[in-house]
Design a protein. Structure first.
Length: 273
C-alpha cells in the first residue's frame, strides 16, 4: 500500500512512472515533494510547470496544479503564472536540453529579470526521451547517438550560466545525496527571486551505456566519489579536485524581484489617474 506521503503528493492513477530502471529523475522528483512537505507549502497555492523531455514527465505524476507545456517553454509559461498570481509558489521542472538548448533564451532572461521562480534542472547529460542525442551538458569527448565519434563541443556549466545571467540563488545537488538536494530545493523555494538548482541525475539506458559508465549503481557510486561540497572544496588541494564537480549553494543574494517591481508600476499608474 502507498504511504500517506505518496497519497498526498502523487497522482496514484498515473503511477507507475515511465522512466527507465535506474533513472535518477524519480529520486529528484521525490526530493521536490519532500521539500514542499518540509516547508508545509499549501498544495493549492503551489504550481508545478514542466516542458518536454524525460525530466518534464514529473509534472504529470505530482499532485498539484500542473502544466506540461511545449518544448523549452516551461519558464515562459511559469512567468505568466507568477505575474497573474504573485502569491503562488511556482516550481519549474526542466531538463538539460529543455532548459539550456531550445529554452535557453527564456532561461537567461527569466534569470535576468529575477522573477520569483524556482527552476530545478534534472541534468542527465543527454536527450534520453528521443533516443540519446547529445545535449548542451554532454561532456566534451563523451559519446551520444549524434556524436558517435565523441563530442567536440564544449558543454555548459548550467550553474555558472545561471549566475552570469543574474539568478539570485544558484545551487547544485545530486540524485545520490538526497538530503543535500532536498535542503537546497527548500532554500531555493524560500528565496525571493529567480532560484536555480541543478540536480545531477543518472541515465544508464542511454548516456551510461553509450559511455560505458556501468549500471545505475555504478553511476550513483560515481556521483558519490566525484561530487564535493563547495565548503569542503575550499580546504582541498587543487589536484584532488581535478576530476571532481562541486555541489552545494553557490550564490544567494537579495535583489529587487520582478513581480514586486511590476506591481509598483501598476500602483504608480493608478496613482496618476
Amino acid at each position: 500500500m502507498p504511504s500517506e506521503f505518496v497519497k498526498q503528493y502523487y497522482r496514484l492513477d498515473m503511477l507507475p512512472h515511465i522512466w527507465c530502471a535506474g533513472c535518477g529523475n524519480g529520486i529528484l522528483m521525490n526530493d521536490i515533494a519532500h521539500a514542499v512537505d518540509n516547508l508545509r507549502l499549501d498544495q493549492d497555492k503551489t504550481v508545478i510547470v514542466s516542458g518536454i523531455g524525460c525530466s518534464s514527465r514529473a509534472s504529470g505524476y505530482m499532485n498539484f496544479d500542473t502544466l506540461h507545456t511545449t518544448h523549452g517553454r516551461a519558464i515562459a509559461f511559469a512567468t505568466g503564472i507568477k505575474l497573474a498570481g504573485p502569491e503562488l509558489n511556482v516550481i519549474v521542472i526542466t531538463g538539460d536540453g529543455d532548459c539550456l538548448a531550445i529554452g535557453g533564451n527564456h532561461f537567461i532572461h527569466a534569470a535576468r529579470r529575477n522573477i520569483d521562480l524556482t527552476v530545478i534542472l534534472f541534468n542527465n547529460n543527454i536527450y534520453g526521451m528521443t533516443g540519446g542525442q547529445y545535449s548542451p551538458t554532454t561532456p566534451t569527448g563523451e559519446f551520444a547517438m549524434t556524436a558517435p565519434y565523441g563530442m567536440i563541443e564544449r558543454n555548459f556549466d548550467s550553474c555558472k550560466l545561471a549566475d552570469a545571467a543574474g539568478a539570485t540563488y544558484v545551487a547544485r545537488g545530486t540524485a545520490f545525496n538526497t538530503t543535500q538536494m532536498t535542503n537546497l530545493i527548500e532554500k531555493a523555494i524560500e528565496h525571493k527571486g529567480f532560484s536555480f538548482v541543478e540536480g545531477v541525475s543518472t541515465c544508464p539506458t542511454y548516456y551510461g551505456r553509450k559511455n560505458k559508465k556501468g549500471d545505475a549503481v555504478d553511476m550513483m557510486n560515481w556521483q558519490k566519489k566525484h561530487s564535493v561540497d563547495i565548503k569542503a572544496a575550499s580546504r582541498m588541494k587543487p589536484e584532488y579536485l581535478s576530476d571532481k564537480f562541486l555541489t552545494g549553494e553557490f550564490k544567494c543574494v537579495d535583489e529587487p524581484e520582478y513581480t514586486e517591481e511590476y506591481q509598483k508600476i501598476i500602483e504608480r499608474f493608478q496613482g496618476d489617474n
